[in-house]
Design a binder for this molecule. Sequence first.
Ligand code: GAR
Length: 219
Amino acid sequence: MSARVGVLISGRGSNMEALINACADPAFPARIVTVVSNRPDAAGLDKARQADIPAHVFDHKAFPGREAFEAALTGHLEAQGVDLVCLAGFMRLLTPGFVEHWRDRLVNIHPSLLPSFKGLDTHERALAAGVRFHGCSVHLVRADMDAGPLLVQAALAVHPDDTPDTLGRRVLALEHQAYPLALRLLAEGRVRVEGERAVITGGTVPEMAVLNPAGLSGE
Ligand code: GAR
């Protein structure tokens, strides 16, 4: 039986689309039963509807406070029989109560190699820090922002002439691979949480190590 997934968005929804595309494969162990945006103007809403997925707006501004907003969200997700909740560019902080309620069933994607560069403007900050590698992380959500057991990370080499835009575009392409993989692992029941680590069963780990810059003497 496939896992029932709710996807929360705030904007463009390209990660949501990557999940929709993955779920279109009948062999994929999950299906998206609802998409919710906290912003009425999110471009991702139309993309979901075009894929015949019910898309709803829960405008946080229409609620008296965070708890009321989140109670409505949980009520909706539970009414849809959701097993797993995927945050896909959902730009609202969630209260510890919501996070606890969905503990180990709430997933986020973040555009950096966590625990580096939590928060916003990750590509600008990675370039300013001069890191040689950057990427994205998919993790189970904990009450602290951009923290929680890591499920999947994907890394790429930073180019000397990268701008936040060029780097961000390459990272986004990685995000679209990493998120479906993480959802698959969860939906197949291959994730065991031990303390603050997620242990994945039945996976393989690449042996490859890389140097950046490459091709210089000493290799
Ligand atoms: C993605 O890059 C995602 O990693 C990031 O927002 C973008 C949403 O794009 N999320 C965060 O920064 C959360 N801390 P999308 O709407 O096209 O998926």
